[in-house]
Design a protein around this ligand. Structure first.
Ligand code: ADP
Ligand code: MG
Length: 442
């Protein structure tokens, strides 16, 4: 194996919380980037892909562990990397040419040389004629070409990309992706290695020589393997679809084992979210869950999640929360990427709305701790109301602020649908429906 350009050793990321606890985003991870390969990093949203990328580039310092650049600690040496972001991140007040020159200027290159290089790079990425345009005059695809030109003009040894095609329509991204691959294969750029974050499985299989799949809570490597397919790759070829299928299975299959709780030097507790008291509620709506179950009934009660996403024209990121929620509530059982309806799931999918609410109420209280706690608190209060803040404070011991708010939003949505409680958004309080009625009566 060639020597690594970048090597991460036991890197971790955690965020401090107001309480004693921390939110662990990445658990101890080893990862090397070696010359000659395109690495794709896949994983559900929130699994820490961007966080890991930022640590590998040196942009973000790991909470523990070390990243090495040619075997020297990355914070002690000058690196040669570029990053392309999803949100083009161009300077709106600079022209296309000036945007591409900016990183060369920042490195102290003199004006004549940097202009020459920038123009050449604009040619390479198909932007000749647009030198003097401003970003706002360009389409998304053209803006991302500027993003690529700006990243490549410094001749990075490693090119990092964080979902570079996600903001573009399908045809534009297809076009840019194949042009990038062509530049790479013809060695029109001196780049030694490409590291691309994506949530698009096909994109990973189209581009990558090696694919890493992250799991979440906290982020950890689930699989890391080489892709042996020849270029150009044919999406319809059996080997291609089998690989896509395999990755879907990895993404949808629960973790078999729980790793040990990480311990840090200063003795503070680092919580592994898999060992925490609250499950992470998947952000799915009861109507969406019912829709999925109905579809499953129509298809004989069993489905391969990959085919399902395909049939429904869903991105896996949009489908997975619905599958996760259905499985959490006991409507589906999921095994190696295959989902099958349970009896209660079939009943829910077939039922009228009122019966659906009854079933939802039963399974939600049975399976969702947060809903049970809200109910218990409401029943214990004589006025039948409890402030949202109370649960907010419990949840944010474990989740980030943003995730806490989303957890509450989902709990409110589910509780309302099940008619377990209502929520007064102006007073930010949970309310028992019976109490509300008696207040009106009395
Ligand atoms: P991805 O790119 O895979 O979608 P990210 O790396 O952006 O995931 O985020 C991973 C997790 O880290 C998310 O759950 C996110 O909420 C959490 N996170 C990111 N930044 C912070 C922060 N400053 N404080 C707390 N949690 C954070
Ligand atoms: Mg991200």
């Amino acid at each position: 194996m060639p020597q690594a350009i970048i090597r991460a050793e036991r890197v971790e990321k955690y965020y401090a919380q107001p309480s004693e606890n921390r939110i662990q985003v990445i658990s101890p991870t080893d990862l090397s980037i070696v010359p000659g390969e395109i690495v794709a990093l896949l994983g559900p949203s929130g699994s820490g892909k961007s966080t890991l990328l930022r640590m590998l580039t040196g942009l973000s310092i790991p909470s523990a562990g070390q990243v090495y650049w040619h075997e020297k600690p990355i914070d002690t040496v000058e690196t040669n990397v570029s990053i392309v972001f999803q949100s083009f991140a161009l300077f709106p007040w600079l022209t296309v040419l000036e945007n591409v020159e900016a990183p060369l200027q920042a490195r102290g290159m003199e004006p004549v040389e940097r202009r020459k290089r920038a123009i050449k790079m604009l040619d390479t990425v198909g932007l000749d004629g647009f030198q003097h345009a401003y970003p706002k005059e360009l389409s998304g695809g053209m803006r991302q070409r500027v993003g690529f030109a700006r990243a490549l003009v410094v001749e990075p040894e490693v090119l990092f990309m964080d979902e570079p095609f996600s903001a573009l329509d399908v045809l534009t991204s297809e076009n840019l992706r194949s042009e990038l691959l062509e530049l790479w294969q013809k060695k029109s750029m001196p780049t030694q290695s490409i590291f691309i974050v994506t949530h698009n499985i096909e994109e990973a299989v189209l581009l990558a020589d090696r694919i890493i799949v992250l799991g979440r809570n906290p982020g950890h490597v689930r699989v890391d393997f080489k892709v042996a397919l020849q270029h150009p790759r044919d999406r319809k070829a059996a080997a291609f679809t089998q690989l896509v299928d395999y990755i879907y299975k990895v993404l949808t299959q629960p973790d078999a084992q729980m790793p040990a709780l990480p311990v840090t030097g200063d003795g503070r507790r680092v919580r592994d979210q898999r060992l925490m008291s609250y499950q992470m509620l998947p952000h799915a709506r009861p109507g969406g869950i019912a829709g999925l179950l109905e579809f499953m009934i129509d298809h004989g009660g069993k489905a391969d999640i990959y085919r399902l996403a395909d049939d429904l024209a869903f991105e896996i990121d949009d489908l997975l929360p619905i599958v996760d929620a259905s499985s959490l509530l006991g409507f589906l059982s999921v095994n190696e990427g295959d989902a099958s309806l349970t009896p209660v799931g079939a009943e829910y999918g077939n039922a009228e709305i009122l019966r659906q609410k009854e079933i939802f109420r039963e399974v939600a209280v049975e399976n969702v701790l947060l809903l049970r706690q809200i109910m218990r608190a409401l029943e214990a209060k004589s006025d039948g109301t409890v402030p949202e803040e109370f649960f907010h404070d419990m949840l944010d011991e474990q989740f980030s602020e943003e995730e806490t708010l989303r957890q509450l939003e989902t709990a409110i949505n589910w509780g309302r649908f099940a008619e377990l409680f209502d929520f007064d958004a102006s007073r930010r309080r949970f309310i028992l429906p019976s109490k509300q009625a008696s207040e009106v009566d009395g």
